[in-house]
Design a protein around this ligand. Sequence first.
Ligand code: DQA
Length: 148
Amino acid sequence: MKTILVLNGPNLNLLGTREPAVYGAHTLTNVEALCDAECAKFGFKMDFRQSNHEGVLIDAVQEAGRAQAAGSLIGIVFNAGAYTHTSVALHDAVKGSGVTVIELHISNVHAREAFRHHSFLSPVAKGVIAGFGVAGYALAISALAGMS
Ligand code: DQA
């Protein structure tokens, strides 16, 4: 059984209480359950992680790259939070590891502040999903399933 890594970056542990008008009322635990159900639909195992630390996310991306090369992982659904807009290191990690990434944002970042319009991940992502709320996680999993 192949795995999909759902990787969440900084402040996503605050889902449910953080700016509910932007991110909705769902908690990260709700998102994990939604992703688990979607992965099960396709017969995939899910690995669900969240970290507020850039280096931990980089380690996870590199580990995923090795797992994909070994044939045990399909790819990453990656909500890198604010690191999307700042992290050359995450760009390099995705590029260097060769892992398949679907970039995911709960909110429509392009309808928000200008500093959210640039992404260091988009140029190295297979695709981008933004603005569909937490339902975007299921869309991203289904996109990865379609590619596998
Ligand atoms: C986010 C959008 C980012 O701009 C923001 O920094 C986040 C969450 C989203 O899911 O909409 O932390 O990635």
